[in-house]
Design a protein around this ligand. Structure first.
Ligand SMILES: Cc1cc2nc3c(=O)[nH]c(=O)nc-3n(C[C@H](O)[C@H](O)[C@H](O)COP(=O)(O)OP(=O)(O)OC[C@H]3O[C@@H](n4cnc5c(N)ncnc54)[C@H](O)[C@@H]3O)c2cc1C
Length: 424
């Protein structure tokens, strides 16, 4: 925290300064600029150089609560509008399946179908023969149940980010790259702006959307945000004539095997939420750390676990299968829900972080929610589950080791645990 440095170079003034140009910062910038705000986005490196550039982009609208599901359904409308505005192709509708091979997972599907119908999603149970018809390359003989939502698919993260930036710029937002924020200026408990790359940026509102770095940026304001940075991997098989993957074949979630999949350019993406996650201390990484430089080896334990889990559902995949491995870092929270809205301590400081592997698909509606919060004082959504200050009074979460342990558990349980669905 600093009251501002007189040696700072040129002063820039905005209504809102947004830190981080991933999908979240860019979406908020677009929504605020469309509401007439003067917006500056400051980015440490280049747009999409954090988690956004590594994401698979799966969009399954069915979540475990009605409000979370509604946010994703509405988000798709925002994406459709973006596609029209920018003449780009962001959403690929493939449909998606959840599969169950144990009675507990079958009950999970039953409850998801109930909730999906309550919120108007066209989700239905489908039998093994139909699953085999939709996904001829998938093992189906152990399935007890499956459900199919034809309106799901995936978002193309790079196209989505480019569209947010284009529309934000059309409405006057400025994006400044290679500008790592080094100080957050606070006066009398109120945020006054930031310093980045020697320049001062004055603003009454500062949004921290720095993904895995967000706990460090919060510390610059002498506040705290209990997030942790956790590695995640997926594989992408090389297209082959032996196993044809239709570009529009449905995404799959097989929670018992801890995997998800979707088609990608003639190959198949398969990712895992493994039981033994690996975490990163972002402060230990070089200042110019590039997430795209992460190159796990094929014999790395996490990669071996991923290939093994993938082969259980997709038998054509094995250690010798031609594939690429993508690794990146996600931002996790102790309860699996993001931190959005005002900081507990510093007036005018907002957070939008901790999207636990779902920031791409949540970004359209989160941008709207944050803009409503900043401009109107309150969002039109029920945000009680995602408020940024919900752990401010939990003293044990002032300890980084405890935060990291809780976030690791959330990641490990993410697919590992059977979910309680909040349907009526
Ligand atoms: C391998 C992998 C697969 C994934 N798959 C999916 C998926 O299928 N679906 C889905 O919805 N999500 C997925 N995610 C998660 C998704 O990528 C994230 O939730 C989302 O990108 C978060 O966006 P963000 O803008 O919050 O963070 P980021 O994209 O990380 O952006 C934060 C930005 O802040 C910048 N920054 C950091 N510190 C500073 C500073 N001091 N000053 C200025 N700028 C700073 C960084 O350089 C970065 O560009 C995946 C993630 C990974 C790693």
């Amino acid at each position: 925290m600093s009251p501002g440095n007189t040696s700072d170079k040129q002063e820039h003034v905005a209504d809102t300064v947004i830190l981080g140009a991933g999908v979240i910062g860019a979406s908020i910038a677009m929504q605020l600029a469309m509401r007439g705000q003067r917006v500056i986005v400051l980015e440490r490196a280049l747009a999409g150089s954090g988690s956004t550039g590594r994401a698979a982009g799966l969009l399954g609208q069915l979540r475990s609560t009605r409000e979370a599901t509604r946010m994703l359904v509405d988000g798709l409308e925002i994406v459709r509008d973006l596609e029209r505005r920018t003449e780009s192709h962001i959403f690929v509708q493939t449909g998606s399946l959840r599969v169950a091979q144990t009675p507990a997972r079958a009950r999970e599907i039953e409850e998801h179908v109930k909730l999906g119908r309550e919120v108007g999603l066209p989700v239905e149970h489908i039998g093994r023969e139909e699953v085999a018809r939709l996904l001829p390359y998938m093992k189906v003989d152990d399935l007890l149940d499956a459900c199919y939502c034809p309106t799901d698919g995936h978002l193309q993260p790079a196209e989505l980010l480019a569209a947010y930036i284009a529309v934000a710029r059309e409405h006057g937002a400025r994006f400044i790259f290679n500008a790592p924020v080094e100080q957050v200026h606070v006066r009398g408990g109120r945020v006054a702006g930031v310093r980045a790359a020697g320049h001062r940026y004055d603003a009454g509102t500062v949004v921290n959307s720095t993904g895995p770095w967000s706990y460090l940026v919060t510390e610059l304001a002498e506040s705290r945000l209990p997030t942790a940075a956790i590695a995640h991997v997926y594989l992408t098989t090389t297209p082959s004539d032996a196993v044809v993957i239709d570009r529009h074949s449905p995404a799959v979630r097989d929670r018992e095997n801890r995997i998800y999949s979707r088609p990608e350019a003639g190959g198949l993406i398969v990712g895992t939420y493994e039981a033994q996650p690996v975490e990163y201390d972002m402060e230990q990484l070089p200042a110019d750390f590039d997430m795209a430089s992460m190159r796990p080896r094929r014999d790395d334990l996490t990669v071996a676990t991923l290939i093994d889990a993938a082969s259980r559902r997709f038998p054509f995949i094995g250690p010798q299968t031609p594939m690429t491995i993508t690794q990146g870092i996600m931002t996790f929270t102790p309860d699996g829900r993001p931190f959005c809205g005002p900081d507990a301590e510093i007036e005018g400081l907002f957070h939008a972080s901790g999207f636990c592997g779902h920031g791409i698909v949540q970004s359209p509606t989160i941008g709207r929610i944050m803009a409503e919060w900043i401009v109107d004082g309150r969002p039109t959504y029920d945000v009680s589950e995602i408020e940024a200050d919900r752990y401010a009074d939990v003293p044990e979460l002032a300890d980084r080791a405890t935060v990291k342990a809780r976030c690791r558990r959330t990641y490990a349980d993410y697919y590992g645990k059977v979910v309680a669905v909040d349907s009526a």
